[in-house]
Write a protein that binds this ligand. Structure first.
Ligand code: SR1
Ligand code: MG
Length: 408
């Protein structure tokens, strides 16, 4: 780690000048601001703006997890996975994926599009803002990736090469531990309010939940369907408003360092689980109408996903036995698996390390009921009956659970 050179506000200009491909992206002779803006768990992120109104974002992967410090080493090669997945995804659906301009593999620095006219979706949700259309667009993004990076859209040899290049064990291990295992088997990183200790213990002692998470972890580790984003929560999505309207003007996925060939439904479940967490916040604050709106995002994402997948289906490379029945089978399985992954994502954000501002910024007495509701909702989801996995019916069922458990 001693020879690892950190990017700083002071060295950023000379770094940009050293990268010919970045010439013209910002005027380093007329800079207006240079800031470190990273608020994620892992990396350094800088935003540079010039006086002509142009901007550039630089992100450097550290050799450890930023959230905890040097005690948790982590391969900075994760930046390569981020770049390769962002490029592959951007090629498929440029409107909904941040654009990468440059990658320096020696220093693990990515230069990408300035999205400072956007905001992180989680923050917008927590402010009570609506960006209508964003949930559907993220579904469209997942649908494009599911088709375009899988055996449906890539020639056999290309697929094999893409899969090999995307093997990302260090980051997958984080997910396997933090998302699937630790909410149920504490490895010393879990925490809840004292008032929620019983809820966490009940979760860990719930055999149906343990079995469901065992299945979810197995799917995650074995179902190499497509080059998924791998961490598609609402903090990995940027949104821009249309002035004076609740419509979303632009929405882009970013931060895909967890990308690998994994289950398509994992990305859907990440979105769904985080919409449910946003709904839990709204219920806690007594904003029931907003909670219903947040729960409605589940269906919107599914609709965008399904429409995009069906739209691309006729161009599948091998239609010999992958006929329309296969598409129906895939969609049916993904719908059910997405709920399973949503349940995992929900419980990890309440019990495990790396929580969400949605819940953590609530006053403690409201947080207690919101956290309990999310855990109960996760346990309800893994008990859904076969054939009753629709996005709307699942979200409605969850809404009732969240409302019932909120602090009165
Ligand atoms: C140690 S990294 C903790 C979490 O941050 C990322 O956003 C992922 O969700 C990961 O699980
Ligand atoms: Mg992240």
């Amino acid at each position: 780690m001693s020879d690892y050179e950190f990017l700083t506000v002071d060295t950023l200009t000379s770094y940009i000048e050293s990268r010919p491909v970045l010439a013209g992206r910002v005027d380093t002779g007329a800079l207006a601001s240079v800031e470190e803006i990273g608020d994620g768990n892992l990396n350094l992120v800088f935003l540079v703006k010039d006086r002509h109104g142009r901007g550039l974002c630089l992100k450097q992967a550290l050799p450890y997890v930023r959230m905890t410090g040097e005690g948790w080493p982590m391969t900075p090669d994760r930046a390569r996975h981020e770049v390769e997945s962002l490029k592959a995804h951007h090629a498929l659906i440029p409107d909904h994926v941040v654009e990468v301009f440059d990658y320096n593999p020696d220093r693990y620095i990515i230069a990408m599009e300035d999205l400072s006219d956007h905001q992180v979706w989680r923050g917008a949700l927590n402010q009570g803002l609506r960006h209508d259309g964003a949930a559907e667009a993220m579904g469209t993004y997942v649908g494009a990736v599911a088709f375009g990076t899988s055996a449906l859209g890539l020639e056999r040899d290309t697929l094999a090469d893409a899969l090999a290049a995307a093997v990302n064990p260090a980051l997958c291990t984080i997910t396997e531990d933090l998302v699937f295992t630790e909410p149920l088997v504490d490895a010393g990183r879990n925490s809840v309010l004292p008032a929620n200790e019983k809820d966490a213990a009940e979760l860990a002692g719930d055999d149906v939940m343990v079995r469901a998470m065992g299945r979810a972890k197995w799917l995650f580790m074995t179902k190499a369907e497509a080059l998924i984003h791998g961490d598609l929560h609402t903090g990995s999505v940027m949104v821009r408003s249309v002035e004076g309207s609740s419509q979303c003007g632009s929405v882009k996925a970013f931060d895909s360092e967890f990308a690998f060939y994994g289950p398509v439904a994992f990305d859907l479940g990440a979105l769904w689980g985080n919409y449910i967490i946003a709904a839990a916040r709204a219920f806690a604050l007594g904003e029931d109408e907003r909670a219903s709106w947040a729960l409605g995002l589940v269906q919107q994402t599914w609709d965008g996903f399904e429409a995009e997948f069906r739209r691309r289906w006729p161009s599948r490379l091998d239609p010999r036995v992958w006929r329309d029945g296969t598409m129906e089978d895939l969609l049916r399985d993904w719908e059910a698996e997405a709920w399973l992954f949503a349940a995992a994502k929900m419980s990890r954000r309440i019990v495990g390390a790396a929580k969400t501002a949605d819940i953590e910024t609530l006053p403690a007495e409201l947080r207690e009921g919101a956290a309990r509701g999310v855990l109960q909702a996760a346990r309800t989801l893994v008990r859904q009956n076969a054939g009753d996995n629709g996005p709307r019916s699942g979200a409605d069922r969850i809404g009732a659970v969240l409302a019932e458990h909120r602090t009165r």
